[in-house]
Design a protein around this ligand. Structure first.
Ligand code: EPU
Length: 419
């Protein structure tokens, strides 16, 4: 198992290119199951979660080919079985995204229930209830969701909670249902919109993606297309915080600034000079120490839970006291305990973390517990005095493409070493 070794204390300077969004790529790969002919996906990030999804599709008999530019062609016409096994689903919960497409296109799906997760309970009851409302017969048996349907029927779905993959699963299922589906209280995340754009290019009739009411008119079939995935807004935000926490000057390229409003507002509050172009954003701290900021996570367009840990890292070395409130997941504070090992002053009260910024962190070995937690530990390592080893970085490889290379390009002293 590899670890990252980071020598802290260097202000980051320079440009970094943002990869395609993980959380758009995964549903778009699943959406390819709905098409009668191949779907080609471009700007796919090279990540473990993408590899796992390709393996999942491969096990179903779907043909997946990748060219040297990481363009992925998915041809579901060779599908043999509608099965997502536990050994894959337990490593990546997003596997649940094949449920809606399989039932809608092939009339059956046996998808393992994801089970527990490091950041919260993360049930999938809303995915299941939505498909049932569309006429699917669903039994939970032997740890599997066993869904059967002839043709799904459009329905009015009012989601209990705003759920990103739930909205995506139901929107995908609705594309091939008979009649109209209305999804109320839908997630508005840019990745939902990107998936909708891809589905529309495949022939789906979808209105309202990006609002809390999505309307889908079912069509009998979808065709292939070529689609380029949007840039990753969480990777974008993470590199901007890397610039801010190290008091440096970082420009991210190939991004979509309009998807970063809540994050950019917080960086400005922290004292960063933020410059924005068509497809780039620059954060310049001019050598100054960041100011602590208060953050409350909520569904898009509010502040993303996937950026909470990175801003916690920023607060650990900021001037003043910053409060982080996590409202999406019940157990997403594991990084706080690890940051304390670096000398951070953090008090936890339920879903609230109160962080007193300290003058300096000091290096120590720390352990990554989930994807964004590991990113925050790398950020803390970038400013801790001495050498920080971040262990269990397989978490980080799920969502950050070549993080050590991109950070090294900005001047960080970081290397991947076998444990
Ligand atoms: N929820 C339910 N029932 C459901 C579905 C969700 O109660 O059937 C609850 C969850 O327990 C949670 C809340 O709804 O409290 C929101 O969860 P959501 O379903 O939106 O999360 P998700 O779709 O499983 C996606 C991202 C996550 C990101 C969240 C929130 C993907 C593949 N994953 O997860 O990304 O944190 O939305 O924005 O899109 C990450 O990239 O590190 C990551 C965890």
């Amino acid at each position: 198992m590899d670890k990252l070794q980071i020598q802290g204390g260097i202000p980051l300077e320079g440009d970094v290119r943002i990869s395609g969004a993980k959380n758009a790529t995964l549903p778009i790969l699943a959406a390819a199951l709905l098409a009668d002919d191949p779907v080609v996906i471009a700007n796919v990030p090279h990540l473990q979660d993408v590899t796992t999804t390709i393996e999942l599709l491969g096990r179903m008999g779907v043909s997946v080919t990748i060219d040297e530019h990481m363009h992925i062609e998915v041809d579901a016409s060779s599908l043999r079985e509608c099965f997502a096994p536990y050994d894959l689903v337990k490593t990546m919960r997003a596997s649940i995204l094949v449920l809606g497409p399989l039932v809608a296109k092939f009339g059956r799906a046996d998808v393992s229930l994801p089970g527990g997760c490091a950041i919260g309970a993360r049930p999938v009851n809303i995915h299941v209830a939505g498909l049932q409302a569309m006429g699917a017969d669903i039994q939970i048996e032997g740890g599997y969701i066993r869904a059967r349907a002839s043709r799904l029927k459009g329905a009015r779905l009012v989601l209990d909670t705003v759920t990103v993959t739930g909205t995506e699963n139901l929107m995908m299922a609705a594309t091939l249902a008979e009649g109209e589906t209305v999804i109320e209280n839908a997630a508005r995340e840019p990745e939902v919109v990107d998936l909708a754009h891809c589905l529309i290019e495949m022939g789906a009739k979808i209105h309202g993606a990006g609002t809390d009411k999505i309307t889908v008119q079912g069509v009998p079939r979808l065709h292939g297309t070529r689609y380029e995935v949007l840039p990753d807004r969480i990777e974008s935000g993470t590199y901007l915080v890397a610039g801010a926490i190290t008091r440096g000057n970082v420009r991210i390229k190939n991004t979509r600034p309009e998807n970063l409003d809540a994050v950019l507002a917080k960086l400005q509050e922290a004292g960063a000079k933020v410059g924005v172009g068509d497809s780039w954003v620059e954060v310049d701290m001019r050598g100054r120490r960041p100011r602590a900021v208060d953050v409350r996570t909520a569904p898009y367009p509010a502040f993303p839970t996937d950026m909470q840990a990175q801003f916690a890292a920023l607060n650990t070395v900021a001037e003043g006291v910053g409060t982080i409130i996590e409202t999406i997941f019940e157990n997403r504070f594991m990084h706080m305990l690890e940051m304390r090992r670096l000398g951070a002053e953090i008090r936890l009260e339920g879903n609230t973390a109160i962080i007193h910024g300290v003058e300096r962190l000091t290096a120590a070995p720390v352990m990554a517990t989930d994807l964004r937690a590991s990113a925050s530990l790398v950020l803390a390592g970038l400013v801790a005095a001495g050498r920080t080893d971040v262990e269990r970085i397989y978490h980080i490889d799920r969502g950050y493409e070549t993080i050590e290379e991109k950070l090294a390009q900005l001047g960080a002293q970081i290397k991947r070493v076998p444990n």
